[in-house]
Ligand binder design. Structure first.
Ligand SMILES: O=C(O)CCC(=O)C(=O)O
Ligand SMILES: [Fe+2]
Length: 351
């Protein structure tokens, strides 16, 4: 339920930032303690696992098995890894970023066609996370487009549809290859998992995030600590850092290598693997100089799938840790409520 709130959010942070009138953040964006000791551990960055996708797709069997094990360890120990040699042409990735920038650069009235939509609407523009329920403002505008099983696209700007279509198709292939490797790392049958999660009709969304420069970046957040509702999420950014992932009790500031995707496991992965591969907490921080843009591609089961721990990973020693739930209901619940840590998944834990 939405609670009474004593502030209103602008139509977009971009507009607020572009106006140049701000020397401080409006108070409802101040959600961090600037004097708190840093919780970021810079020594962890070099330990982020890297997965070479070409070894999974075309490597010889021995190298492939080794990479599958590496992937399994990355999922178990981090829930986060860098993917290189993924086969997605740089032209496709660049065209998507340019198209996304083109969208945010449209007049506010043109973008407004997609704002104020229901959380399950296939095309949705807005600011913060869910401006109806957020109890602080997040320094972020977003544009979310469902691209599979049905492909959607805004009509403007020119070229957006084509760039998105190619980007969505390429990232879906990468996502499916990674999922295949993950099932294999747990000795789960690929065909069985494809069926159980109805992956031919997988739900895929491209979420474009825009984080304009902020006059007091130490006070505000782009996105608070959260896990994603997906099986996995692939992230691509415009060269400006800001993603931080939680590892143990510390946060790691991620600087992606060139031409790479950043991948994290999501809540559906945690449910289906009965907690073997947990979704990872991450957050987006902002800066005072440059606009950051990121494109998070969410790959998930079909909306009608009832997702539950797979029988092979449930035993008397390790009983089912989560109740099964239809993914559509999970998604709607997660998107309607405040974004905070793993609150959506916590609902499903068996006590
Ligand atoms: O922009 C980022 O780095 C993170 C975005 C994100 O976590 C999301 O869209 O769920
Ligand atoms: Fe996320």
């Amino acid at each position: 339920m939405a609670t009474a709130r004593f502030f209103s959010l602008p139509d977009s942070i971009k507009q607020l930032s572009d106006s140049g009138a701000l020397s401080s953040v409006p108070t409802h964006y101040a959600c961090r303690d600037p004097d708190a000791p840093s919780d970021v551990d810079p020594t962890l960055e070099g330990q982020i696992p890297t997965i070479d996708l070409s070894v999974l797709t075309e490597g010889d069997p021995a190298r492939r098995s080794q990479m599958v094990r590496q992937l399994g360890r990355a999922c178990e120990e981090w829930g986060f890894f860098v993917v290189v040699n993924h086969g997605v042409p740089e032209t496709v990735r660049e065209a998507m970023l340019a198209a996304a920038q083109g969208f945010f650069d449209l007049e506010e009235e043109e973008k407004a066609e997609h704002s104020g939509k229901h959380v399950m609407d296939p095309i949705r523009y807005g600011t913060s996370f869910n401006s109806k329920v957020d109890d602080v403002g997040y320094w972020r505008d977003y544009f979310k487009i469902v691209v599979h099983p049905a492909f959607h696209s805004p009509a403007k700007p020119l070229g957006f549809r084509e760039a998105l279509g190619q980007y969505a198709a390429c990232t879906r292939v990468v996502g499916m290859e990674l999922l295949r490797g993950m099932w294999e790392s747990l000795e789960l049958d690929d065909g069985y998992m494809n069926n159980a999660l109805d992956l031919d009709a997988c739900f895929q969304v491209c979420v474009v995030n825009l984080y304009p420069p902020c006059p007091q970046p130490e006070l505000a957040m782009g996105l608070p600590p959260h896990s994603d509702h997906s099986l996995l999420t692939l992230l691509h950014q415009n060269g400006v850092d800001g993603l931080q992932v939680k590892h143990g009790s510390k946060w790691v500031h991620v600087k992606p290598p060139p031409n790479s995707f950043l991948v994290n496991t999501g809540d559906q992965m945690e449910i289906v693997t009965n907690g073997r591969y947990k979704s990872v907490l991450h957050r987006a921080v902002i800066n005072g100089r440059s606009t950051r843009m990121s494109i998070a591609t969410v790959v998930a089961p079909s909306l009608d799938t009832v997702v539950e721990p797979v029988a092979q990973l449930v035993s008397p020693e390790r009983p089912a840790m989560y109740r099964g739930v239809r993914y559509r209901e999970y998604l709607e619940h997660q998107q309607r409520n405040k974004l905070w840590e793993k609150s959506a998944l916590d609902h499903l834990r068996v006590q």
